[in-house]
Every structure is written in C-alpha cells, then in structure tokens.
Design a protein around this ligand. Structure first.
Ligand code: ZN
Length: 416
C-alpha cells in the first residue's frame, strides 16, 4: 500500500498550531474566528485530495464525500471530528513537543516546568516506551481533542487517494465546530450529510469504542422566601438561602461526582444564586439507566420538600428537563456498528473493547437525530489539560483503524 502524501503525525502537528479554542456564551456558531481558519484549511486540503461535494455551512460545519470505488451497493459511512478545543485551557500559540523514543519516567514540559507528566498518574505511559509521546510545552493544551480525530480522518482520505484501487463504499466526512461549548452539533445538517450511520473519532485509549453515554437531566431548584429590612424583620423575613443550604447538605455525599466512577451515576449541584427572597440551585443528574435517573430525580424532589418543611414559609419550584439520552438505546438496534468498529481495531492489532463514556458526545445527540453514531478512540489522553498527550503510534493506529473500518463496511453490502 502506498503511504499518505503527509504522515498523520506531521498533519496533526500542523493542525494543533492553529488556535481553535471555542468560547462559552457566544451568540454565534462558531463562537470564535480561529475555528474558521482550520475549517477553510481543511476545505482546501479535501479539494486537493480529490474529495467531492464539499460544503461549508454558515456555522462552519464542513461536509465532504469520498466516492465509492465499488460497483455494488454499499451504505455510506460517516466519520466526524470537531475542530474546536476546550476553553478550559488556552489553545493559543500551541507549541507541540515530540518526545522522540520515550524511555519511561517523568516528562517535564519545557514551557512550564511545574507541568510534569508522570506514569504514576498516567500508567498508560508505560505502554508508550519506545514510542514518540506528543505533548504541548505545558503552557497550553495540546488539542489532541479533537485534532487527532481530524488528522486521522484526513489521513484516511489521503491514503484512499494514493490507493485508488482499494475497495470501499462512499465515505461522508464531517468536521464540526463548537463541540466543547455545546450547541454546535445542533447546526449540523444530518440529512445533507447523507450517511446511513457514522462514527465520531473523539475518544481516548487505543482500542476503546464508546457505545454508551449518560442519560442526562438537569435544571434548577428554586426556593422562594420573603425579603424584609433586617432591622425590622422579626416575624416577617423568610430567608430562602437556608432552605437551599439545607437541601445541599442533605444530598448524599456518595452520589457526588468526586465520589463516583465506572457505571455509577451522580447528582451534581454546580451553581446558583443566594438571596433572601430567592435561592436557586442549578443541578445536573447523570445515570446510564433511565430508571436510575428517575430515582435520582425522586430523591432530589424528596430532599427539596424536606428543606421546605425545615424552613417554614419557604416554597420550592423544581424545573428539571432531559438533556440527552444514552445512545445505547438506539445502538442496540444496530449492533453491527459497534462490532465493525471493534473488528477494525482488532485488525489494527489493538485490544478492542467497549466502554461507557461518562459524558455526552456529539454522537449521542446525532444518534437520537437518526444517525447512529458510536465513538472511536484517538489515542489521546488527559483532555482539557496542559498535560494532554498522544503519541505517534496513537495517531497512526487511529488512522489505520479507520482504513480497516472503511474496508469492513464495504465487505458487508446492504447491512445498515
Ligand atoms: Zn472532543
């Protein structure tokens, strides 16, 4: 097989230097101009690599297509990655460092020597001895989330261009904006994308396919009191803040995010406002099972009622709504999609397995909009951190897995 015109590592190193940090609370999508720089670059590169039907929407959503090379009817597989990086850590002036032939031990990042990447914290580094570990210089994030996904998909397009005789069906490529600040994917045109099913390439450990996301519910618990001048408040003032405090301290500590992992859900009050006449708690509930989520809501309602009872005169208003759902609900009806991804990882020599992702993905939202969409690894770790890292092998194996996936889909004509 002929290699791509540019290695996936070189491609990745080019993309991470472009500042595509997204911004919370912006009016428009994309939230930042930098995302346009990468989208326009990808548009040009896709054209040069022979992709067709290239289209960029007013929201910076890029879609393109690699035509089928086989005569038979093969379903169109979509591959998606987001171009933005998290605003949690700066994405400006990213200086990627390639730690060639990593020999184990701590990596002190040169731009901020207090940033130390250690196998004690990240045992996966022990599997990377002899590999080229890639980090930032410690002053920014790396942006492997999700430029590793972008680079792997672009490398697939490149490899298919160099090897026009490889049998594969139509491939829809999608690059999206504002994933990290939510809302971006709502602007993605699923019908125009034209894929029968898709994969986001936005996961982490090599070999890991995410086939589950949270069932997510959230909203506001508002306690109402009565304000009065504190000098003449006796018998009049009803301080809603105490009801909010009562409610917060009554939530079981065992259900906090900092005390849960694996398949355990959590209840997380993450913000709010305190005033005498009104104390509001913003809260999210997360569980992999709908029944578990319903139990959490029942508990929240009971504890809010207890708080009201403990604070005479206070009333409560509870507004909770479903935010997104576990994609497994839909993926269970298309079990071959996860199987194909696992098979592709195996063919790339990776330990293939599924894992429930403790979050939501663009894929979980797309899944419920009619585009079943598991999530594929990228080899990256420690997202949204100055200690984010990936490796040469991580990038190469991700790109290789996508190539196997394209071939596997073409072997299964007609199945959707
Ligand atoms: Zn991501």
């Amino acid at each position: 097989m002929r290699p791509p015109s540019e290695s996936v590592v070189d491609r990745f190193l080019r993309y991470v230097r472009i500042n595509t940090e997204s911004r919370e609370g912006a009016e428009s999508v994309p939230s930042t101009a930098g995302q346009w720089d990468l989208i326009r670059l990808l548009e040009r590169e896709l054209r040069d690599l022979g992709a067709v039907d290239i289209h960029v929407s007013e929201h910076g959503m890029l879609r393109a297509r690699v035509p089928s090379t086989v005569a038979r009817d093969v379903p169109c597989v979509g591959l998606l990655a987001h171009v933005d990086t998290s605003p949690a850590v700066s994405g400006a002036n990213v200086t990627p460092i390639v730690h060639v032939n990593y020999q184990g031990g701590d990596l002190v990042l040169p731009g901020d020597r207090s940033q130390v990447l250690s196998p004690a914290d990240w045992p996966v580094l022990r599997d990377m001895v002899g590999d080229d570990v890639i980090t930032s210089d410690g002053t920014t994030l790396l942006g492997s989330d999700d430029k590793a996904g972008v680079a792997a998909i672009m490398t697939l397009v490149d490899v298919l261009r160099q090897n026009a005789d490889l049998p594969h069906g139509p491939i829809a490529v999608g690059f999206t904006t504002d994933e990290e600040v939510g809302g971006g994917i709502d602007k993605f045109d699923v019908a125009a994308f034209g894929a029968a099913f898709a994969y986001t390439v936005d996961g982490d450990a090599l070999g890991e396919i995410n086939d589950e996301s949270w069932n997510a519910r959230g909203g506001t618990i508002t306690f109402h009191g009565l304000s009065a001048h504190p000098g003449s408040a006796k018998g009049v003032m009803i301080n809603a803040a105490y009801a909010a405090a009562h409610f917060l301290t009554s939530l079981p500590a065992t259900l906090r995010p900092e005390h849960t992992d694996g398949r355990d859900g959590f209840i997380h009050p993450y913000g709010g406002t305190l005033d005498v006449d009104r104390a509001a708690v913003t809260i999210i509930l997360r569980d992999f099972e709908v029944a578990g989520l319903d139990e959490q809501e029942a508990l929240v309602r009971r504890l809010a009622a207890d708080a009201v009872e403990a604070c005479p005169g206070v009333t409560v208003e509870i507004a909770l709504r479903d935010q997104y759902r576990n994609m497994r609900e839909v993926l269970d009806k298309h079990p071959h999609l996860v199987e194909w991804a696992l098979d592709a990882a195996r063919r790339a020599g990776l330990p293939a397995r599924t894992r429930a992702i403790r979050g939501g993905t663009d894929g979980s939202r797309l899944t419920f909009r009619g585009l079943p969409c598991p999530n594929i690894f990228t080899g990256g770790h420690n997202f949204h951190s100055p200690l984010e890292f990936n490796s040469r092998r991580g990038l190469e194996k991700t790109a290789e897995t996508l190539l196997h996936l394209a071939r596997i889909v073409a072997e299964h004509r007609g199945e959707r």
